[in-house]
Design a protein around this ligand. Structure first.
Ligand SMILES: NC(=O)c1ccc[n+]([C@@H]2O[C@H](COP(=O)([O-])OP(=O)(O)OC[C@H]3O[C@@H](n4cnc5c(N)ncnc54)[C@H](O)[C@@H]3O)[C@@H](O)[C@H]2O)c1
Ligand SMILES: O=P(O)(O)OC[C@H](O)CO
Length: 417
């Protein structure tokens, strides 16, 4: 402690890491230091904290531990890992159920990329599984039967995977309602809000089928269809008010390359999945305008806050927004150009017109329609959402990307909440 009573030198330093040992920070411009320990506050990355500085002639690397301490440290890590493996094995033995054995048929609504991918995924879960796709254009992989006849597709199905884009779901479901068993669990893959009604899929499905008790599960999270089809490790979350049903869907879909977490927070999962598409458009605009990485990070961080503010006002949990369907899917969709929504933003940011972009696409970018719904929802819940509002105004051609950036940068600089 007496060292702290010595004169304290505080330097604004620009440390450089020596090539020979990246762990030792070398301060080239430091004046000759007396041999006594000093407290040096540095401006290096990370939290500046006073720390006793080893006398300059010391070349001991503080990260180099003695052999005994290295052995102890490795033992602690090994024990921690073995505990995780034991826990995982015991969970797997308890969680095993006969859902897959009992499931004979799954129907998939929507023949788009994700509907097709999930149909193939379920078909691969069990050779005897019957998977029927209800599509408008029945040209599909041979191990999946496709039909445009709703009665045939839905007859005897144990689960229904709904993969029709949100804006087309109401009319699609109203057209097949008479063939839907009132107890058929609907697993919604669609991410978005219905433009004129602001409804989420958990409202659209029971209302379009005129059955408020239709079992509902939302399946969401960072899941590009291309990577799922290539069996690359993926993690998603199933949310349902019915915990048993969420676990059954987890058992039905999870496998060595697809992990499925469960949640009771349907609102949080749906709002996160819908709004991340709008934020991805904004992220694309930043990239299309070459505004750099600082602004990308700032924009996405602001968008995460706006999504959290609205989702929690609507009853969603903060833990959901920082989970797979929130932060996980936001990072994937905002930072990777496999995202259709992000690609729309990049093209907008580089000067293309929205109608030209959309007419050139044969896939859906749900964020384009959802943007308008978000703003009405934000007004309903009295939540300020400057970034997502700017996207909506750009979608309505009321604001250019460049003007949007100028306006966002001139907003009041307030306390973080
Ligand atoms: N593609 C992905 O990586 C991915 C991943 C997770 C979730 N999702 C979500 O899945 C949902 C489906 O998207 P997708 O990527 O499979 O679709 P897609 O973009 O690949 O294709 C759009 C689909 O919508 C259908 N469609 C267009 N107009 C229609 C209408 N009027 N009535 C009925 N169907 C119509 C088309 O036939 C086509 O099958 C979306 O909400 C999307 O956000 C997609
Ligand atoms: O291509 P996008 O932007 O619709 O994103 C696809 C999935 O939602 C990613 O999780």
């Amino acid at each position: 402690m007496e060292a702290l009573l010595e004169p304290v030198f505080v330097f604004k330093l620009n440390p450089s890491f020596t090539s020979k040992n990246p762990y030792t920070v070398h301060f080239p411009n430091l004046p000759k230091i007396p041999s006594k320990p000093l407290v040096v506050a540095t401006c290096c990355a990370g939290t500046p904290s006073p720390s006793p500085l080893l006398p300059q002639d010391s070349d001991q690397n503080p990260l180099q531990l003695s052999p005994d301490r290295t052995r102890d440290r490795r033992k602690v890590v090994r024990i921690a890992w073995e505990k995780l493996v034991r826990w995982s094995r015991s969970w797997r033995s308890k969680a095993k159920t006969d859902v897959l054995e009992r499931t004979k048929k799954v129907v998939v609504l929507g023949g788009g990329s994700f509907g097709t991918a999930m149909a193939a995924h379920v078909a691969n879960r069990k050779a005897q599984m019957e998977v029927s796709m209800l599509v408008r254009d029945p040209a599909l992989p041979e191990n999946v039967t496709a039909t445009s006849d709703a009665k045939t597709a839905l007859l005897g199905a144990d689960y229904c995977l709904h993969a029709v884009p949100v804006q087309f779901s109401t009319s699609f479901l109203e057209g097949i309602a008479e063939h839907v068993d009132p107890g058929l669990p609907f697993i919604s893959l669609s991410k978005g809000l219905e433009l004129n009604t602001l409804r989420m899929m958990s409202q659209i499905i029971p209302q379009a089928l005129k059955n408020p008790r239709q079992p509902f599960i939302a399946l969401s999270g960072p899941s590009f269809v291309l990577e799922l089809m290539n069996k690359l490790p993926t993690a998603m979350v199933v949310a349902s008010k019915d915990k048993k049903l969420a676990h059954a869907v987890q058992q039905l879909l999870s496998c060595s390359h697809l992990r499925i977490s469960t949640s009771r927070d349907v609102t949080g999962v749906e709002i996160a999945g819908a709004l991340k598409n709008v934020l991805a458009i904004a992220a694309g605009i930043v990239e299309g305008m070459n505004l750099g990485n600082n602004s990308m990070a700032a924009l996405v961080a602001q968008g995460c806050s706006e999504i959290r503010w609205l989702a929690t006002k609507m009853g969603g949990k903060p833990a959901t927004i920082t989970g797979l369907s929130g932060t996980g899917d936001i990072m994937l969709t905002c930072f990777v150009n496999l995202s259709r929504n992000k690609r729309v933003g990049v093209r907008l940011g580089s000067g293309e017109k929205l109608e030209d972009i959309l007419s050139s696409m044969n896939q859906v970018a749900e964020g384009v329609s959802t943007a308008g719904a978000v703003i009405a929802l934000a007004q309903k819940y009295n939540v300020k959402m400057p970034v997502l509002t700017a996207v909506a105004r750009i979608m309505d051609s009321e604001l250019t990307p460049k003007k949007a950036v100028l306006e966002l940068m001139s907003l009041p600089q307030v306390e973080e909440v």
